[in-house]
Design a protein around this ligand. Structure first.
Ligand SMILES: Nc1ncnc2c1ncn2[C@@H]1O[C@H](COP(=O)(O)OP(=O)(O)OP(=O)(O)O)[C@@H](O)[C@H]1O
Ligand SMILES: [Mg+2]
Length: 309
């Protein structure tokens, strides 16, 4: 292999184990195509390693000794009722909030001692809106290209590539305040992945979107995973999204990990007979599906209000 081009965005080193197994997913449009990013559900490479992570606010424990691992190329869903501790967990993993105790490594870097390296290795789409409505889509991406230190000579091509990727090329010159909710979410995904992060954290990526816009967002997320091997670590209240798209699902309850596994494993964990993810959720998240609308409706309305302010 010849010398690698000099770039300032992060790319993980080749994992020797990856080179020897048949890749299921290899990144294509990438100068490092000879360093495939691989998702293989059988041979796993930990990329988000959480160990006894806790966060307290005064006397209240929002995240309580959480331990789990998400693997390279995985779509990992974090579920739980309102207030379960999902956003607090993601804020710690993205180094926005220091843990009270415990540790986590993201892309091999410690969130407590190597926060700068962690930030280079990740993208983050927060629960609240993260783009500026008074700028165009292109301008929003340009700001992030500068923040991520993408070389000036590469910025325009990278932004165009991202706009194409999320189907926003025709709308790049419009003010974001005129975008629909689905377009805003797609722009946020383009913004958070400009630097080709190894892990993308998303806090409720499809909340408040209609089914067609949700499908469009998911298409782009799965494309990201398939083309670049990006690990997706996300929270959602849409159980059907978790069912359809997540390789593994963790359920949090009152700050603790209540269950973790594939959909099949979680359903089987309830014992004999066939069970749905709704039943699994009620069992582990301590939620009820009655009293004024289904859990899905209540959670979605509340988080939509939160997102829109
Ligand atoms: N800065 C803070 N100060 C005090 N308490 C906080 C703070 N941030 C979060 N909490 C509390 O921690 C708990 C977990 O909050 P978090 O936002 O992580 O929940 P969540 O699972 O993301 O919920 P939702 O589904 O509603 O988004 C909640 O009880 C919340 O009120
Ligand atoms: Mg939240």
């Amino acid at each position: 292999m010849g010398p690698l081009p000099s770039v300032s965005y992060y790319r993980p080193p080749l994992d020797p184990a990856c080179a020897q197994r048949k890749p299921l997913i290899v990144c294509k449009c990438d100068p490092y195509a000879d360093r495939p990013t691989v998702y293989n559900p059988v041979v796993t490479t930990p990329v988000v390693e959480i160990e006894r992570l806790s966060r307290r606010f005064g006397a209240f424990t929002a995240v309580d000794s959480l331990t789990l691992v998400a693997n390279a190329g995985e779509v990992f869903g974090l579920l739980g009722s309102n207030g379960a501790g999902k956003s607090t967990t993601i804020k710690m993993l993205t180094t926005l909030l220091p843990p009270s105790s415990g540790e986590a490594r993201v892309g091999g870097f410690s969130i407590t001692t190597q926060p700068v390296e962690v930030r280079r290795a990740i993208g983050y789409v927060p629960q609240a809106v993260s783009v500026d409505g008074s700028l165009t889509g292109y301008e929003n991406l340009l700001i992030f290209a500068k923040l991520y230190d993408i070389p000036r000579s590469e910025q325009e091509a990278r932004i165009r590539e991202q706009l194409t990727f999320v189907d926003l090329t025709a709308d790049a010159g419009r003010l974001v305040s005129q975008y629909s909710g689905g377009m805003v979410r797609r722009l946020e995904i383009a913004q958070a992945t400009l630097h080709r992060p190894r892990v993308l954290f998303l806090d409720e990526p499809t909340v408040g979107l209609d089914p067609i816009a949700r499908d469009a967002v998911w298409k782009h997320l799965i494309d990201l995973r398939d083309q670049y091997g990006t690990t997706l670590f996300l929270t959602t209240h849409y159980l059907e999204d978790a069912e359809s798209h997540c390789d593994r699902i963790a359920i949090m309850h009152m700050g603790k990990l209540a269950a973790l596994g594939t959909l099949k494993e979680l359903e089987a964990s309830l014992g004999a007979g066939s069970h749905t993810l709704d039943e699994v959720f009620v069992h582990y998240a301590g939620a009820t599906l009655d009293s004024g609308g289904t859990f899905r409706e209540v959670s979605t309305e509340r988080t939509t209000e939160q997102r829109l302010g």
